[in-house]
Ligand binder design. Structure first.
Ligand SMILES: [Mg+2]
Length: 313
């Protein structure tokens, strides 16, 4: 879902990547945003503070759709930065954007698929391996020995609490960086911060800003996704708050075009890790944006997010 706002001859682009896991759909996001047009015409966006105010005022109108909120928030950041002739990074953080080292994800694969993916990922600095209920650690060993990349494992809620201590010890011996969401969100009480051989990151358990304090006793890190929390505005607040709490941070993504990835790259400037391969995984990304080069995203330069749909889109 791409959203375009325009005023004073300046256009701003935003995006939502509605995910059924969070009960979001493109049709619902589209309807909510279209219904907001009159409200938006009356807003006066001149500063970052105005974007934050618009975010708060829009929520009662867009809720419960964080994806719709995300699209609006990104479009306003992009529009204001373009109007000011600066990048969103300069507008949000007061400095130019640095390249972002991202994980490249290897999904669940057949042995043949895994061989092909491994060959394609030579030279990549960080690889995230998806795991299922079988908790097979052989792929981790192969990535470490054959690619030499740093590795993290994302269990997507599929592991058992009783196996976690042994699995984290085994992965620690492979110098893995962390384990992401080993247990379902309703198993929070089975996790204790700092109790595993590796840091445990929350993903499905970590949705919005208000989740942080409840997660803190159980997790060592969080995966912030703009489309889960409602855009760049709350993502930046979450990352700063997490750092105050002593939590490790990562900025992640869904399957997204380069517009949402560009906003993720801004947030990633103040995070420990980035997992922003969503546009790279698309067969036909319809947008320009940060340039993906062997697992490193390079800022496009220019004003705004630096990401727009291709003329053919
Ligand atoms: Mg995940």
């Amino acid at each position: 879902m791409l959203l375009r706002v325009e005023r004073d001859g300046v256009a701003g682009w935003g995006e939502a990547s509605p995910n059924p896991f969070y009960h979001e759909s493109a049709a619902d996001v589209s309807a909510r945003l279209c219904a907001l047009a009159d409200w938006l015409r009356d807003r006066n966006i001149r500063t970052v503070h105005d974007i934050e105010l618009a975010w708060r005022e829009a929520w009662p109108l867009l809720g419960p759709s964080r994806a719709a909120q995300c699209a609006l928030d990104l479009a306003l950041w992009d529009w204001l930065a373009r109007r000011e002739g600066v990048s969103v990074c300069e507008l949000a953080l007061g400095r130019a954007a640095e390249p972002v080292t991202s994980f490249a994800t290897v999904g669940l694969s057949t042995p043949e698929e895994f061989d092909a993916k491994l060959a394609a990922l030579r030279g990549y600095p960080r690889i995230k391996i998806k795991s299922d209920a079988h908790a097979d650690l052989a792929p981790v060993q192969r990535v470490r020995s054959e690619v030499g990349a740093e590795v993290a494992v994302d269990a997507n809620c599929a592991w058992k609490a009783r196996d976690l201590a042994a699995l984290s010890l085994a992965l620690s011996a492979q110098q893995a960086l962390f384990i992401e969401q080993p247990l379902p969100p309703d198993s929070l009480h089975k996790l204790t911060r700092g109790s595993c051989a590796l840091p445990i990151f929350a993903d499905e358990s970590c949705v919005v800003e208000d989740d942080l304090l409840a997660l803190w006793p159980h997790f060592d890190g969080i995966n912030v996704k703009l489309v889960k929390c409602g855009g760049l505005t709350p993502a930046l607040r979450m990352l700063l708050h997490a750092r105050e709490l002593g939590l490790c941070t990562m900025v992640g993504c869904m399957l997204e075009t380069s517009v949402l990835i560009a906003a993720g790259c801004v947030a990633a400037q103040i995070a420990d890790f980035a997992d922003l391969d969503g546009a790279w995984l698309l067969a036909d990304d319809p947008c320009t944006g940060w340039r993906w080069e062997t697992g490193v995203l390079h800022p496009p330069g220019g004003a705004g997010l630096g990401a727009v749909p291709l003329p053919t889109f």
